[in-house]
Design a protein around this ligand. Structure first.
Ligand code: ADA
Length: 573
């Protein structure tokens, strides 16, 4: 898998990115026709990519078949898929080796006893939407299909390291850390084996023991806690990272961690015991030319733009982002909010009570915490976004997700983005309260004017007080307005003008910044995005035009206003 740094020195990893054969299954019967054994024909495409960018396939919803030939010494192979949209089925030399649901989380497949020589890997990516889909049909982003992030194949030898979560607790004064390691090992040979397993963080060895693993089996193991003294903290100004090398006699796994503490306390968000105001934007990892197959160099550009604007945080709305993007945030000291694509009004009341859907959401949380655990930049886990949290039946699923993230998600703040701020029943399961509201753009029973915000900040305080939740830090996780880049007006009431958007965002930011119980803002949104055709209403050009940059990253007037304000707020510290 592609990271910002080398992941393995001992393990032989081959990236399968590059040219693949592709065939759209317009009759949805490729399997009956035996395509799992090899595609009868096809075009050459470059993976990662989404097929919608190929001419003629913009609106294609169905199965896209991909074929890649590779050679290997054989033995035990590990296939890693960072993102296949949305239901993936995988065959190796005609044998089905795995299936995975969910467009934005990684999945891995281990195959034993593979022969030496040339092999055919077939992936069927199915982006059709049904009643159980995440997200559902009604969604405010585009339903792309394809292999959108990297694929790799590795040869596993002996006892191997599948993952290593570094758990730590910092001392009160944040100088020392009690560190342990949650290891997942796999024995890639048929017989039981014993190997020395060594875990090193920076120069400190925290584990070095002999471990036995049964043949072709996994072993989870938590190492005893070790005290690391005088640790260098990870912070926004000084994003100190430590390299973690986990090795066995035949394998290794390299990752990065940072030591930091995040807390919600007395109405404040504390990073390393210091109160911070979150100055952020919502960002989709999307581009009109590449869809969700987002190039790394554009990730860097987006980060440069966010820093220029004065952001110290970004919300990965509305799904886990590429690992390499989160690596970049780790390196540059930008705080990240990561969530699963359980998006809003698309989920009907019936869907929210469907055990399969609830389970699917839980599974996505499991995958998110599994793969993203070590990233210090992730300070917030988002459970869901704008589902109907005013109903009793949403409480148990929220509780379940909260408990999972609390137990397995490390030191992070847990929340959901609520568009029911004045009758939400789930905020008890929030470390911070996060609100999505669009006064001044959509009309929520108010006047549709900016002045509705003044009443709102009073009403919200009253509601939270009445429910006993006042004192949890409040973050305004979405607000904004559409603007067509280049459309200007002398009149500040002309919707879709850059001025209307700029003035609305300025009004909101100034109000929220001076509201003592609010501790952060995420403007909706970083840049315009292509959206689904089911969102006709208000979606001129079939884009969500609320970006402060257009989809090609050209700034609108609001970009400069945010830059002025965020830099001012940061200097007031
Ligand atoms: C919601 C949602 C966003 C986007 C936004 C809008 O709050 O969470 O994904 O759709 O509204 O632009 O209306």
């Amino acid at each position: 898998m592609k990271r910002l740094f080398k992941n393995h020195y001992k393990r032989k990893v081959e990236m399968l990115s590059g040219s693949w054969k592709f065939l759209a299954d317009t009759e949805s019967n490729g399997e009956v026709r035996g395509w799992q054994n090899g595609l009868p024909s096809g075009d050459t495409v470059i993976v990662p990519s989404v097929w919608n960018n190929e001419l003629g396939l913009l609106n294609f919803e169905g199965c896209g078949w991909y074929e890649k030939k590779f050679t290997s010494e054989g033995g035990t192979l590990l296939f890693e898929f960072e993102s296949v949209m949305t239901l993936a089925t995988v065959w190796l030399d005609g044998n089905k080796i795995g299936e995975h649901y969910g467009a934005f989380t990684q999945f891995d497949i281990i195959v034993n006893d593979v022969s030496c020589g040339e092999h055919t890997l077939i992936v069927r990516a199915d982006n059709r939407i049904d009643k159980k889909s995440f997200p559902q049909r009604y969604t405010d982003w585009y339903n792309y299909g394809g292999i959108a992030r990297d694929v790799s194949v590795s040869e596993l030898k002996g006892i191997t390291v599948l993952s290593n979560h570094i758990k730590y607790e910092l001392s009160e004064d944040l100088t020392n850390a009690n560190v342990s390691s949650l290891l997942e090992l796999y024995n890639a040979s048929a017989e039981a084996l014993t190997s020395c397993v060594n875990v090193k963080i920076g120069d400190t060895v925290i584990y070095n023991e002999s471990v036995t693993v049964e043949g072709y089996s996994k072993l989870s193991l938590e190492t005893p806690a070790v005290l690391m003294e005088n640790v260098k903290l990870w912070d926004t100004e000084t994003p100190n990272l430590y390299t973690v090398v986990t090795s066995t006699e035949t394998d290794d796994y390299i990752d990065k961690i940072g030591f930091r503490k995040i807390e919600a306390k007395n109405g404040n968000i504390l990073l390393n015991n210091r109160s911070i105001e979150l100055l952020g934007v919502n960002r989709h990892e999307e581009h009109p030319d590449w869809g969700f197959a987002f190039p790394a160099k554009l990730m860097k550009k987006d980060i440069d733009l966010m820093l220029d604007m004065g952001c110290n945080t970004v919300r990965g709305s509305h799904y886990p982002n590429s690992r390499i993007f989160v690596d970049m945030l780790d390196e540059r000291g930008i705080l990240f909010w990561s969530e699963i694509p359980m998006w809003g009004c698309g989920f009907s009341w019936e869907a929210l009570q469907d055990p399969d859907i609830i389970e699917r959401g839980l599974n996505m949380h499991k995958e998110m915490t599994k793969y993203y655990y070590n990233h210090p930049s992730i300070i917030i886990w988002g459970m869901h976004n704008e589902i109907d949290t005013s109903k009793d039946f949403t409480i148990p699923l929220t509780k379940q997700y909260y408990e999972h993230l609390r137990e397995f998600g490390g030191n992070r703040l847990i929340t959901h983005a609520s568009n029911h701020p004045l009758n939400d029943l789930c905020m008890g399961y929030n470390d911070i309260v996060c609100i999505n509201i669009y006064h001044g753009w959509y009309n929520y029973g108010g006047t549709g004017s900016l002045k509705d915000w003044d009443k709102f900040v009073v009403d919200l305080k009253n509601y939270l007080t009445e429910k006993g939740w006042f004192g949890k830090p409040v973050v305004m996780s979405e607000f904004g307005a559409g603007a067509l880049a280049g459309f200007h007006s002398h009149f500040d009431t002309v919707r879709w003008s850059e001025e209307y958007q700029r003035d609305l965002i300025e009004y909101c930011l100034e109000l929220f910044h001076k509201t003592d119980y609010m501790r952060g803002t995420y403007v909706w949104q970083f840049c315009n995005i292509r959206t689904s055709y089911s969102m006709d209403l208000n979606r001129v050009r079939y884009f969500n035009n609320k970006g402060v940059l257009d989809e090609y990253r050209n700034p609108k007037s609001s970009y400069f206003k945010i830059k002025e304000l965020y830099h001012r707020y940061a200097s007031e510290k």
